[in-house]
Design a protein around this ligand. Structure first.
Ligand code: ZN
Ligand code: ZN
Ligand code: ZN
Ligand code: ZN
Length: 399
């Protein structure tokens, strides 16, 4: 994997964060100095990138995961013919060996037969890609934090191990290949992989949007969760040039030195019970952030008997459009007393087309001037600050 370009922004970003042991939270990243809104805190290339499903191989380049050109310009992998590359440069990058070999019997009793369902394909594609890594990179993956044990009904590690053993020629398998190593790798995948999403489609709830690929970023995976995050991550997979699968983390607002930098592991409009369930199942902890402390006091939101809309206790009208995608944008801007974090949602949550992405300011200019333009990390829309905050004295201004 090519390393990120060493531009001044990346150099400054390296100094913005440091690793810290945080009581009760394990390791995390804290601001190594005062950070300004919009600053790039981290820009990191992927240690491991792998396709989300077999279908992804037909739509995205096997090396850079850009959307493949619609015409016949895409070049199939000369070895497996099952994957394709977007350009001669990507074709020159070797297809991960185990993955390529497994795909080459795809047409017969190979990978497709072993993994007909996408839920099985994802961990299998991960394992074939991880076991293709050179030894130092494989050890780097194994050094990441582990996810809690998989929930009942999850794909059995022993079955997946058997599938890898059946698909991969023994001479390509790394030393130490074993059911235990496979189980350990699967724990790392569940706890650390970031999704690189397919191009955004309006009105598709985030949960239903599909990943084109998954990526492991060792440093970014140190970022802990907060339901009122002070940073969010971007990716730009279809951007031209190198580094298109790098993860970029930016500050939502100013962060003082020593403060932990956190992201939200899912759309920030999720209601309390859903957030807690997800964090417990997938990451093994209960969240006690400021927002959760407030919302845990709310009646009627601590069990499953609720309606679909998040924060419906705000007195919003039922039957609003948008189905189950959570908070409605109307009615929260006034700062209801029961909802002290309304400002956060109005300022940092994208309200376009059912998106619910996070809005972060663009980076300050090289001379330190703040941008006042916010970018959504899901739909990519840019918005001027005065349009995000219509009540801040500039209402009525249209672009
Ligand atoms: Zn490519
Ligand atoms: Zn191949
Ligand atoms: Zn929380
Ligand atoms: Zn958006």
């Amino acid at each position: 994997m090519a390393s990120a370009p060493q531009n001044p922004t990346a150099a400054a970003a390296a100094a913005a964060l440091r690793v810290a042991d945080l009581p009760g939270r394990g390791r995390g990243l804290v601001a190594a100095r005062g950070v300004r809104e919009g600053e790039v805190l981290l820009s990191e290339p992927a240690l491991l990138l792998y396709p989300s499903a077999l279908a992804s191989l037909r739509a995205y380049c096997a090396a850079c995961f850009r959307a493949l050109p619609a015409d016949s310009a895409a070049a199939p992998c000369a070895s497996c013919r099952a994957a394709a590359f977007c350009s001669p440069a990507c074709a020159a990058a070797a297809h991960p060996r185990l993955l390529c070999t497994a795909l080459s019997h795809c047409a017969s009793a190979g990978l497709a037969a072993a993994a007909p369902a996408e839920a099985v394909q994802e961990p299998l594609l991960f394992l074939l890609s991880a076991y293709s890594l050179p030894d130092p990179a494989l050890r780097a993956v194994l050094s990441l934090a582990s996810a809690p044990p998989p929930p009942p009904g999850a794909q059995d590690a022993a079955d997946l191990h058997a599938a890898v053993a059946a698909l991969a020629p023994p001479h390509l398998l790394p030393a130490g290949f074993s059911p235990d190593l496979t189980a350990a790798l699967l724990d790392k995948d569940r706890g650390n992989s970031f999704a690189i999403m397919e191009p955004y489609r309006p009105w598709t709830p985030l949960e239903l949007q599909k990943a084109r690929a998954y990526a492991v970023y060792p440093r970014a995976s140190l970022l802990n969760h907060d339901c009122l995050p002070n940073a969010c991550h971007f990716d730009y997979p279809d951007r031209p040039g190198p580094g298109n699968t790098d993860i970029v983390v930016r500050a939502l607002h100013d962060i003082p030195e020593g403060r932990e930098v956190c992201i939200s592991y899912f759309a920030a409009n999720w209601r309390y019970a859903d957030r807690q369930r997800r964090l417990l199942e997938d990451y093994g902890f209960r969240c006690e952030c400021d927002r959760c402390q407030v919302e845990s006091q709310w009646k009627d939101d601590d069990d499953d008997n609720n309606g679909d809309d998040a924060m419906e206790e705000e007195g919003e009208e039922d039957g609003a459009d948008g189905g189950d995608d959570g908070m409605e944008e109307e009615g929260d801007a006034d700062g209801d007393d029961d909802f002290p974090h309304a400002y956060f949602f109005v300022r940092y949550l994208c309200d376009s087309e059912g998106c619910w992405g996070m809005l972060a300011p663009l980076p300050p200019s090289p001379n330190g001037e703040l941008s006042h333009v916010f970018e959504c990390n899901v739909c990519g829309k840019l918005r001027k600050e005065e349009d995000v905050m219509p009540d801040e004295g500039t209402s009525g201004m249209v672009h």
